[in-house]
Design a protein around this ligand. Structure first.
Ligand SMILES: [Zn+2]
Ligand SMILES: [Zn+2]
Length: 318
């Protein structure tokens, strides 16, 4: 099973500023001084192997969209944030405009999780099929309202693909494009739902926009069960622990520290930090990853949890 990240930012899409690009260039040029990089190949090699991730890459700025690729001919996505536009363009460029089936598991209808759909080109093309799954009663209404005047010039009714909404019951298991899928309600404004997706003994949990109350032992126990021995837990770590317990308490998001603790209890194999804070630049996110790895090390009992930070374009093989 391959997990591809098309959008990893929380709340609103962001772009890198010129100041940030300049900081990267300065850091790269200083580090390259005296290295005798005379060809493009030498420069590429240097960038790939010697520069820190925060200098040579970016975490990216598109909002939530993750693809689960288990080799089925249909496509499976979690959420339709602005990353869904990039996914769709890539499919159309490499596999053609029509004849595709997309299955989308929707966590909830906040704007950062649906805003890619008006720009999801296959939705406008007859011959494509899109099945939107979710536990919310008003999922269809939210997507139709987004694709309507006065917010958008092209009405939902003009989308030429065969679009179907499928209501899921939390806790029940469904078979979707060869995957076993189960959802769980999460603490978030208007509720959100996490998904546990399994196939051939491999499991990934998509759990974004979810606040955890550590003193609610029943809730913690239920999530530990949901994350139990997962190969990968994609986890909402938008806030710092301090924020999550003070100003931003009850804003519906969680922290890296809570993610580590839950994955340790659940004996999950990997924790992927996700739904990044839009005000964090690449240096801040890289520092968050380093801090989280350190925290995991010092709190580890006997079970290690590998810590990863999601970025737009990341692929993880399970
Ligand atoms: Zn969100
Ligand atoms: Zn949300």
């Amino acid at each position: 099973m391959l997990v591809r990240f098309w959008g990893t930012r929380g709340s609103i899409p962001v772009a890198m500023s010129s100041a940030e690009i300049k900081r990267k260039l300065v850091a790269a040029l200083v580090q390259a001084a005296g290295r005798g990089l005379h060809t493009a190949a030498q420069a590429r090699e240097f960038i790939e192997h010697e520069l820190d991730f925060a200098v040579s890459h970016t975490f990216g700025g598109n909002t939530s969209c993750v693809q689960i690729d288990a080799g089925h001919r249909d496509y499976v996505l979690c959420d339709l944030g602005s990353g869904a536009r990039v996914f769709a363009n890539s499919i159309m460029a490499t596999r053609g405009p029509t004849g595709h089936t997309f299955h989308v598991l929707m966590s909830h209808m906040h704007w950062d999780h649906i805003q890619g759909f008006p720009f999801f080109m296959p939705a406008y093309i007859p011959g494509n099929r899109i099945r939107l799954y979710g536990c919310h009663e008003r999922l269809e209404e939210a997507l139709r309202r987004q694709n309507a005047a006065p917010s958008f010039p092209v009405d939902f009714s003009r989308m030429g693909a065969d679009i179907e909404f499928v209501r899921l019951e939390p806790g029940c298991e469904y078979e979707i494009a060869g995957l076993a899928v189960r959802s769980k309600v999460q603490r978030h404004g208007g509720d959100s739902y996490g998904y546990r997706i399994e196939r051939d003994g491999r499991s990934v949990v998509y759990s974004t926009d979810s606040e955890h109350k550590q003193d609610d032992t029943d809730e913690v126990r239920a999530f530990v069960e949901f994350f139990r021995e997962a190969d990968l837990v994609i986890f909402d770590s938008q806030y710092s622990l301090a924020d999550a317990h003070s100003v931003k308490e009850d804003w519906g998001h969680s922290s890296n520290v809570v993610g580590v603790e839950m994955c340790q209890l659940a004996r999950a194999r990997r924790l992927c930090l996700y739904h990044h804070e839009p005000t964090s630049d690449d240096e801040r996110l890289a520092a968050l990853l380093t801090e989280t790895r350190r925290f995991e090390e010092i709190t580890r009992a006997e079970h290690p949890v590998e810590i990863i930070a999601a970025y737009d374009g990341l692929e993880i093989t399970l």
